[in-house]
Write a protein that binds this ligand. Structure first.
Ligand SMILES: C[S@@+](CC[C@H](N)C(=O)[O-])C[C@H]1O[C@@H](n2cnc3c(N)ncnc32)[C@H](O)[C@@H]1O
Length: 155
């Protein structure tokens, strides 16, 4: 199975890209992680509904059929690193690819969030989307290290 990170926003600051790449390259070959960045819809004078609809279409186009969808959402289920490691184990046993979806500056379409198979939260704080990419890849790597007994994660 593969982890697909679908993130709204084609450009992130260099520091975020560097940090993301640093963690992404640590994953073992048996756990593939791919990042698909989708274009942010410019807000302009659009209503939020129009913006959400445009971004949702791009997000859905980036997710292959049969993929389990997990929305990153500050209102989602709180997870400890160990609980995320258990989720990861479950996803790997399930065998389906998993898309972890990060919204842009205006967040994700509420209907998309509700339709997702899971909604997970990384913190009670509202985080900037570039930082969410970095935190998510680090936590996925940490979750893998917990399951693999790798010394990266220490209790
Ligand atoms: C700047 S936030 C958008 C905030 C927006 N007001 C909302 O209600 O979602 C951009 C994206 O980062 C992700 N995000 C932000 N904070 C998060 C958190 N604490 N846990 C998980 N994901 C978060 C979500 O995917 C969100 O759509």
């Amino acid at each position: 199975m593969k982890l697909l990170i679908v993130a709204v926003g084609q450009r992130v600051p260099d520091w975020a890209q560097t940090a993301y790449d640093d963690y992404a390259k640590r994953f073992p070959p048996e756990l593939k992680v791919e990042l698909k960045a989708v274009k942010t819809e410019p807000r302009g004078s659009k209503t939020l509904e129009t913006l959400y609809a445009a971004e949702r279409e791009r997000i859905e186009a980036a997710i292959p059929r049969g993929t389990r969808v997990v929305a990153l959402d500050e209102r989602g289920t709180n997870l400890t690193t160990k609980a995320l490691a258990e989720r990861l184990k479950g996803w790997q046993l399930g065998g389906d690819d998993v898309a972890l979806v990060i919204g842009g500056p205006d967040g994700l379409d509420p209907a998309f969030r509700q339709a997702a198979h899971e909604r997970i939260r990384l913190s009670d704080l509202t985080l900037p989307h570039a930082m969410v990419r970095v935190l998510l890849i680090e936590q996925l790597y940490r979750a893998w290290s917990v399951n693999a007994g790798h010394p990266y994660h220490r209790e």
